[in-house]
Every structure is written in structure tokens, then in C-alpha cells.
Design a protein around this ligand. Structure first.
Ligand code: UD1
Ligand code: CA
Length: 457
């Protein structure tokens, strides 16, 4: 039987005090709703989840991919039962419908698979959890045989019911045909005047349909985000888990509380990551790399034994074995470094291919360039790649030596083994093997005197 996931995401999220829809706020760099969509696709591969959206639906559709889900609008937010009803045209009778919430981002694939395995095909499955402080949640009602018989919302609960600590996280697995029968029957005579999805539990019990409960591996999985404080707490939980996973795989984190993973990372063994490192997007780090403090790696691949020194920002780069980068380096998208390249402090490299063993150690800008092997680029070298309209390329051959403070006005080629004298402005190609320089002659002015202060004149 097919699992059809429905994600309820029409709530406004007033407590975020934001112009962004709540489910578009990021956790670990990814919108809350995207976490849930990814989980849905892991549980039901190849099956588009149905997303029930409300306010600002177009923002959701634009940013999350129109094509990756079936989008259903709930024009008025009349409650969770009403929200799920809107999805019914997209649900088949024989589907098993898994209901998730767009603002409960960390529910795990494992827990959902446990729920699916534990629930009989014709039964009703749900997740429950015990919280020391159950405030705000619907409470689980059980009979003398410990069977679930219903859910009562906090606003409708009696004093005794409020003391119950087993709560409803709002995640259910139900038969499509059952939902189609029950949802239209829901009423809204309750404290909030809403159509409560939770009332289907009672309808199931009345029809003697077994209700199966499953507990999450960790409580944080079922926590929702209603405000920015809860969002920050879940972010910390997520980061702690991500850090522990890395440590289990053989990565040393000098302080697991001070590393942030915002994407998908693959890290080899015996990598050491210092404090305040952020890894974003797709990051691959080979064995034995050292990542210095206060560094950001984004969409970057590092080979083995690479050293990134502190305060570096590496974005969209391919970096081969044994490179040394930083401190204070900025490597920008489209950069490819061969083995043993050195990029030093206050060096910016953009969209350039730099071959093995080349050194650019201080204060340089290298953009749109192709640089050969074993080249030495002196301090303060600048590729003038932009004429105000177009970008141009600089090509430097193997073993060239570029003297300090050289400006290479692109398009320009420096031949292999060429030497460029310090302080040159190179506007024509420099031939291989020769010294090329452009330099105003040095003068000394005789009889020149420093100006005197007025008082000494
Ligand atoms: C609901 C449950 C409650 C449970 C709690 C867990 C009901 C009646 N109550 O409470 O038992 O403990 O979730 O968080 O179901 N939504 C819509 N359209 C609507 C209303 C809500 O799409 O008209 C979506 C929201 O975007 C959200 C989810 O449904 O993702 C839950 O809504 P919310 O209002 O936060 O839940 P509660 O009513 O507080
Ligand atoms: Ca509500």
C-alpha cells in the first residue's frame, strides 16, 4: 500500500512576528518545511507529498519548487481537520495517509518508519510522547486497559485532563478511505470553534478501529516551532546531533558546541575542526585536514591533508591535497587549486585554476585566471580583470615569478619561467624565460628640503 504524506502548513505563525511565512524560516540553513518535505521523500520515495498551504502560498511554491509537491490551498484556517480535508482530492481510498506538520521539522525517518511498521493496514497509528511540561499540547486519553480513546485539546480540557503528561505531537497514519468518511463529519463546537483533526481518534475508536501509538526516539523530534526561541532551541539540538555524528565518524571537534552544519557534509578521518567553524551546502573534507577557527566552508571539496588557517572563507572551490590556505583568505566560486598550493593572508581568489605548488602568499587579488605550476606570485599582485564592462582572463605559465605589487591588466599572458619585475603594470603579454618590467625611472632630487613648520620659518 502506498504511503501518501500530507503536510499541514497553512498556519500563519503569528508568534514569529515576521513577514516571512513561519515554515520558511531556516533551521540549519534550510526552511522548516523543506526539512519535512525531505523527510516525507525519504519515507515515501518518489511520491510527491501534498502540502496544504495558506497565507503567502506563492512564496512557498516559488522557493520550495512547484514541481516537488502537490500544493493544495486552505483559503481559511478553520482548524487541522479542515486543513486535512482540503487534501482529500489528492488522496486515494487505499492510500495510507501520513500527516506531518510543516512546523515540526525534526521528526526522524526512523521514528516514522517505526510508526508505519507498527500500524496495522486498516488501523490508525499516531505518535505520542511524555513531556514534563505538556502545556499547549493536546492530551492523550486512555481507558482502564491503557487503550487510547481520544485526544483533548488543552483549551477544552478539564483540570484532571490537563495533568496528563502524554501529549499529541500531531503525527498520524490513517487509511485514506477512513479519512474521507470521517473528515466531513467533524464539528467545530469546541473552545476554539475549529474543526479538530484530533476528533478522528474518537471516530476510529467508535468503529473499533485499533489505535496504535509509537514513541519518538528523542523528544526533540516532535517539538514544533511557534516562535524564534523554540526555533533557536531546535537549532541547538540539531547542531548537537550533527556534531556528535561527526565525532562518531572520526572527526575531532575542539568544541562540539561551536561548530555549525548547514547542509550535507562528508568528512574523512582524523580531521580536526577548531571553534566557530560553519560548514554550508555540500562540503567534502578529506582525511587529516585541519580547519582553523572562525572559518566558513561553503559548497567546497577539500582533498587530504589540507590546512585551512583561521578566519578564512572558502566558497564553491575544489581544493586538492596538501594545500595551505589562510589565515584570512577568501576563495570564491569557480576556484580550483592543484596540490600543495599556498594561498596566504588577505588573498582573494575568484574563478581561477591554479596548478600544483604555486604560492600566492600575501595581499593579492587573483580573478578569472589560469596559473601554472610552481608559480610565485609576489605580495600585492592584482589581476585587473574588469574593464568596467567585461571580465578578462589572465594566464600565467609554469614557474613564472611575478614580482610584488604587479598589476596584470587582463587580457594578458605571462609566459612560462618569465620574471616580472616588482611594481610593474603589465599591459602586453610577457614572453617566456625573460625579465619583463615596467617601471618609472628612480630619481633623487638634490638640494630638496622638507617643509618647515610655520613656527620655525
Ligand atoms: C494541534 C493539535 C494538538 C497537538 C498540536 C501539536 C488539533 C486540533 N490539535 O494543535 O492536539 O498537540 O497540534 O503541535 O489538531 N494548520 C493548518 N490549517 C489550520 C490549522 C492548522 O494547516 O487551519 C497547520 C499549522 O500550520 C500547523 C499544524 O496544522 O502546522 C498544527 O496547527 P497548530 O495551530 O499549531 O496546532 P494546534 O491547533 O495548536
Ligand atoms: Ca490552533
Amino acid at each position: 500500500m502506498t504511503i501518501q504524506v500530507v503536510i499541514l502548513a497553512a498556519g500563519q505563525g503569528k508568534r514569529m512576528h515576521s513577514s516571512l511565512p513561519k515554515v520558511m524560516h531556516a533551521l540549519a540553513g534550510k526552511p522548516l518545511l523543506k526539512h519535512v518535505i525531505d523527510t516525507a521523500l525519504a519515507v515515501a520515495p518518489g511520491k510527491k507529498p501534498v502540502i496544504v498551504y495558506g497565507h503567502q502560498g506563492q512564496i512557498l511554491r516559488d522557493q520550495l519548487g512547484e514541481q516537488d509537491a502537490s500544493w493544495v490551498e486552505q483559503k481559511e484556517q478553520l482548524g487541522t481537520g479542515h486543513a486535512l480535508l482540503q487534501a482529500m482530492p489528492a488522496v486515494k481510498d487505499q492510500d495510507r495517509v501520513l500527516v506531518l506538520y510543516g512546523d515540526v521539522p525534526l521528526i526522524s525517518v526512523n521514528t516514522l518508519n517505526k510508526l508505519i511498521a507498527a500500524t496495522p493496514a486498516q488501523g490508525l497509528g499516531m505518535i505520542t510522547a511524555r513531556l514534563p511540561d505538556p502545556a499547549g499540547y493536546g492530551r492523550i486519553l486512555r481507558d482502564a486497559h491503557n487503550q487510547i480513546v481520544g485526544i483533548v485539546e488543552e483549551k477544552d480540557a478539564t483540570e484532571t485532563e490537563r495533568a496528563i503528561t502524554e501529549i499529541n505531537p500531531g503525527i498520524y497514519l490513517l487509511q485514506g478511505s477512513h479519512l474521507k468518511k470521517w473528515l466531513p463529519r467533524l464539528g467545530n463546537t469546541n473552545a476554539q470553534g475549529e474543526y479538530y483533526l484530533t476528533d478522528v481518534i474518537t471516530l476510529a475508536v467508535n468503529e473499533s478501529i485499533p489505535v496504535q501509538a509509537v514513541q519518538p526516539a528523542k523528544t526533540e523530534e516532535i517539538l514544533g516551532v511557534n516562535d524564534r526561541i523554540q526555533l533557536a532551541r531546535l537549532e541547538r539540538f540539531y547542531q548537537r546531533e550533527a556534531a556528535e555524528n561527526l565525532m562518531r565518524q572520526g572527526v575531532t571537534l575542539l568544541d562540539p558546541e561551536r561548530v555549525d552544519i548547514r547542509g550535507e557534509v562528508r568528512i574523512g578521518r582524523d580531521v580536526v575542526i577548531d571553534v566557530n567553524v560553519i560548514l554550508e551546502g555540500r562540503v567534502v573534507i578529506g582525511d587529516r585536514c585541519l580547519i582553523g577557527a572562525h572559518t566558513i566552508l561553503r559548497d567546497t571539496t577539500l582533498g587530504e591533508n589540507v590546512e585551512i588557517r583561521p578566519h578564512s572563507l572558502i566558497d564553491g572551490a575544489q581544493i586538492a591535497d596538501e594545500c595551505v590556505i589562510g589565515p584570512f583568505a577568501r576563495v570564491r566560486p569557480g576556484t580550483q587549486l592543484g596540490g600543495k598550493v599556498h594561498i596566504g593572508n588577505f588573498v582573494e581568489v575568484k574563478k581561477s585554476r591554479i596548478a600544483e605548488g604555486t604560492k600566492i602568499n600575501h595581499l593579492s587579488y587573483i580573478g578569472d585566471s589560469k596559473i601554472g605550476r610552481q608559480v610565485n606570485i609576489g605580495a600585492g599582485t592584482i589581476t585587473c580583470n574588469y574593464d568596467g564592462v567585461n571580465k578578462h582572463r589572465t594566464i600565467i605559465g609554469d614557474n613564472a615569478f611575478i614580482g610584488s605589487c604587479t598589476q596584470l591588466v587582463a587580457p594578458v599572458t605571462v609566459g612560462a619561467r618569465a620574471t616580472i619585475g616588482a611594481g610593474s603594470t603589465i599591459i602586453h603579454d610577457a614572453p617566456p624565460d625573460k625579465l619583463t618590467l615596467s617601471r618609472a625611472p628612480q630619481q633623487t632630487i638634490d638640494h630638496w628640503q622638507r617643509p618647515l613648520p610655520e613656527s620655525q620659518k
